[in-house]
Design a binder for this molecule. Sequence first.
Ligand code: FAD
Length: 337
Amino acid sequence: MGLHVPERLGGHGQGLLALAVVTEELGRSCSSTAMCFGMHSVATKVLATKATPFHEEHFLRPIAEGKHITSLALSEPGTGAFFFLPRTQFRVEAEDVVLDGQKSFVTSGGHADSYVMSAVPPGSELDPGTFTCFVVEGNRTGLQWLQDWEGFGMRGNSSRGVRLDQVRIPKANLLGSEGDQIWYVFEVVAPYFIIGMSAVYLGIAQAALDLTIAHLKERSHQHTGESLSNVPVIAHQVAEMWMQVQRSRQLVHHAARLGDAGDPETALALFAAKADIAEMATSVTQEAMILAGGRGYGKNSAVTRLMRDAQASHVMAPTTQLLKTWLGRSLLGLPPL
Ligand SMILES: Cc1cc2nc3c(=O)[nH]c(=O)nc-3n(C[C@H](O)[C@H](O)[C@H](O)COP(=O)(O)OP(=O)(O)OC[C@H]3O[C@@H](n4cnc5c(N)ncnc54)[C@H](O)[C@@H]3O)c2cc1C
């Protein structure tokens, strides 16, 4: 669990490429597990980036020991896909910070030991420059978890909203310095979120391809006695699926390597990687459904689950529409936002 915890605290001190590789592997077996791990890892990275000795001992060491699961609670009902524009407010009272607001779609909501949450000071405009991060322990008074959200896919994990009603935390739970944290969004949250979530959907697509190949080798018709894998047009479809997955994987790994190296072209590669993954994962899982025939179309088949899970890739922030807008504007020499 300590992929992004520094080695001196018992973690692995790894970056974006490791996140891509590990999360994909988890996603290949279980999308929801990969999602929980991805959110835990992004939140861990936010914690680790400007950790104080207090954060190291109370959060990072237990994470590295596998005793603490964290998660990311940024999205809000009011600003939706614009996850970097929280309306949750914080005010400082002596040695405490008091939080009021609401978060939506929190992965591992109600189950994690802590949540990295964003908030703004009272009276702030809709300006990502005022985005401020806090770590909130799961047992704080005033956290009111809403009903579990019933998703079309990603049903193996909790995902729910939470109301913050005068949640009081110590000032020590502030991550970085108050108000100066636009860099958190662009340098930490966005790269780790984009790579982590891309890897979840890459794993889903690879699982769909694995299932398709296994099915085609095993399924044969009585009238020919041959397996479907011997049908030339089907071999072409499998080749197409493999090429799609492989191309997308290269984009994700390319973006991760650029990010790990601090390359100025990283943002473009990240925007492209997640937008591409969403299109690839929805297309490959649909193709898998077609090739699996009636068995695949069964209500609770493994392919059905992968296809449902893959649909979340477009709506999870940053959404495909926003990524393409940011990429296009950047290429046209305009500011992305
Ligand atoms: C399975 C799942 C798990 C999630 N887990 C987490 C989590 O752990 N933590 C967390 O913080 N968040 C999480 N989210 C929230 C997610 O990241 C998004 O913030 C959320 O899905 C946005 O949903 P919305 O309905 O509010 O979108 P809306 O803002 O209502 O947008 C709806 C659609 O309109 C499009 N749209 C909106 N504005 C524009 C525009 N200006 N230009 C072009 N297109 C636009 C969007 O791209 C989107 O497709 C999760 C979401 C899902 C589905």
